[in-house]
Design a binder for this molecule. Structure first.
Ligand code: GLC
Length: 562
């Protein structure tokens, strides 16, 4: 049976950065509500909103202290209700970011659990005891240091936190926790949200805690096999999703499987005796990447993440792998970035052919079979913002770097991190060229990008990236591009070519992802109609010539091989 999300085109909104309605420098739900028409006009039909539940905001809302209410920074439950209602009136769906692996340490469950080993909520979290003041094992947290933090008063008692120490992991092995989280999610599904993005769900099962992860390194080490993708993840997930589907069979579940490649994504979307799991997976492994040959020596010395670019030699195989692995269960998700990654325009654009390269990349990516997820501002060509202070990254490991560096090195590292770190990709949306770019009348929580693109400027320019995205996403809504079969064609490295076909109609997409001119011949397509071109494309005796970063989309009312 067809579901609404088979044709989903998702827009991801980081709510603290989209639109501030009460001029406190932080974006909010009322601001988002005011901008729904803009989102609708883009051609999307679903909005994924990063977490807005009550939270001390240690990790911008991923540390939830009350799942049944909206954080006052973002507004009230009334505004959330109005947002859901208005989005539905506009024919759009709301997908909430749902944090289920951990809570805030301020959550009443954890506060109660801290009080005594006899607390009814003690077993909602994960505890270990040692005798000698050592942490229970060497497993490392994704946010640096050990996964273990000491109980404030009970000696030799530790709780487990995979992320920040103010975000203790829930103990999903406890059936009461599983039931409690089902109740929380039910509340939102009953309220009428259309989907949930399950944050970090691949970590809800843990291995036996009384073992070190084998490593030559001293101290805490990242130990994925101990806390990622363990067999019980599927068991817990299935129970959770089944209960929610009883309330809304059309509920869309987008799972965040950070380390998932195509096989794991297939596992998490595979239906088992009618019990479906996720409907889509987002991961860090969606695109093949290679390290840039020229690496910054200081960044390497400090062990900062390497700068990367698209691995063009691996790209066709990677696309086919994702497409085929998910063909039986769902479809791939198509995106370049999100709030945890550098922005597309920073990571992948060619500075010499900036706008054209972004148009061609979007063509290559979003006309494939799959669900596009557009990260707010991407449609404008927004780049990561340059942050000029170490504390602005809001990341303890970055703050700690400052004291190790000379003044000149500090400037260099800030510049480097502005391109690779997640925080500079979360800047306020630039609506116009007023003081804070129309985002707020107050100084925004994070710097706005100076001298950058704005919605107002692009609105009036028919060739702008914004207007290109609108056309592209409207094309994507057509049945052929939403549901047609996908077939990758062989082409020289750097040219990505594929066909879509459905009910006797077909399309060819040819994209030159390099700064060289490239040619392409395909006799099946010489009489087809041109839907659009990016850059310069010419046809000369059955051969298409594509200037650097150019692309062409062709359509015909027949199947290419007939
Ligand atoms: C996910 C989120 C990330 C957050 C983490 C902890 O990976 O995308 O932003 O910090 O989970 O909740």
């Amino acid at each position: 049976m067809k579901q609404w999300y088979d044709n989903a085109i998702i827009y991801q909104v980081y709510p603290r950065s989209f639109q501030d309605s009460n001029n406190d420098g932080l974006g909010d739900l009322e601001g988002l509500l005011q901008r729904l028409d803009y989102i609708k006009k883009l051609g999307v039909n679903a909005i994924w909103i990063n977490p807005v539940f009550t939270s001390p905001q240690v990790d911008n809302g991923y540390d939830v202290s009350n799942y049944f209410n909206i954080d006052p920074h973002f507004g009230s439950m009334d505004t959330m209700n109005a947002l859901i209602k208005r989005a539905h009136e506009l024919g759009m769906h709301i997908i909430l970011d749902f944090v289920l692996n951990h809570t805030s340490d301020q959550h009443p469950w954890f506060q109660d659990a801290l009080k005594s080993p006899k607390s009814l909520f003690r077993d909602y979290y994960i505890w270990e005891h040692t005798k000698d003041g050592q942490v229970p094992n060497n497993w490392g947290s994704f946010f640096g240091g050990s996964v273990w933090a000491q109980h404030p008063t009970e000696k030799n008692t530790y709780y487990f936190h995979l992320f920040d120490q103010h975000m203790p992991d829930l103990n999903w092995a406890n059936p009461e926790v599983r039931q409690a989280m089902i109740e929380v999610a039910k509340y939102w599904v009953e309220k009428g949200v259309d989907g949930l993005r399950l944050d970090a769900f691949i970590h809800i099962a843990k291995a036996n805690l009384r073992q070190d992860f084998p490593s030559a390194e001293k101290g805490a080490v990242i130990a994925e096999p101990m806390y990622a993708n363990l067999p019980n993840v599927v068991t817990y997930l299935q129970e959770f999703i089944n209960e929610l589907r009883k309330i809304n069979p059309d509920l869309f579940i987008l799972g965040e499987g950070a380390s998932a490649g195509p096989e794991l994504a297939a596992l998490y979307t595979r239906s088992n005796r009618g019990n479906a799991l996720c409907d889509g997976i987002v991961s860090f492994r969606n695109l093949p990447k290679e390290r840039l040959a020229q690496q910054d020596p200081l960044a390497m010395k400090l062990n900062l993440p390497a700068k990367e670019k698209l691995d063009l030699a691996q790209l066709p195989e990677s696309i086919v792998h994702w497409q085929t692995s998910l063909a039986q269960t769902t479809q791939p998700t198509l995106y370049f970035s999100n709030h945890d990654m550098p922005r597309m325009a920073t990571a992948y654009a060619d500075s010499e052919y900036f706008e054209r390269s972004l148009k061609t990349l979007a063509t290559m990516q979003y006309l494939q079979k799959g669900v596009p997820i557009i990260y707010y501002g991407e449609e404008l060509g927004l780049k990561n913002v340059e942050l000029e202070r170490f504390t602005a990254f809001q990341d303890q490991t970055v703050t700690a770097l400052k004291s190790q560096l000379s003044g000149r090195e500090q400037t260099e590292v800030l510049k480097y991190l502005s391109q690779t770190h997640k925080t500079p990709a979360r800047q306020p949306m630039p609506w116009d060229d007023s003081a804070n770019q129309g985002f707020s009348e107050h100084e925004p929580w994070l710097r706005t990008s100076s001298k950058q693109v704005t919605v107002a400027a692009e609105e009036d320019d028919p060739d702008s990236l914004l207007n290109f995205y609108r056309q592209l996403l409207h094309l994507k809504q057509q049945d052929l591009f939403a549901n047609g079969e996908f077939r990758l064609l062989t082409a020289p490295t750097g040219l990505l070519v594929y066909e879509r076909y459905l009910a006797g109609k077909s399309a060819l997409v040819v994209t030159n992802l390099t700064s060289d001119s490239m040619s392409y011949t395909n006799d099946d397509w010489t009489n087809a109609d041109i839907t659009y071109t990016v850059g310069q494309v010419t046809l000369d005796d059955k051969q298409w010539h594509l200037a650097p970063w150019s692309s062409i989309v062709l359509k015909q009312d027949q199947l290419p091989w007939l």
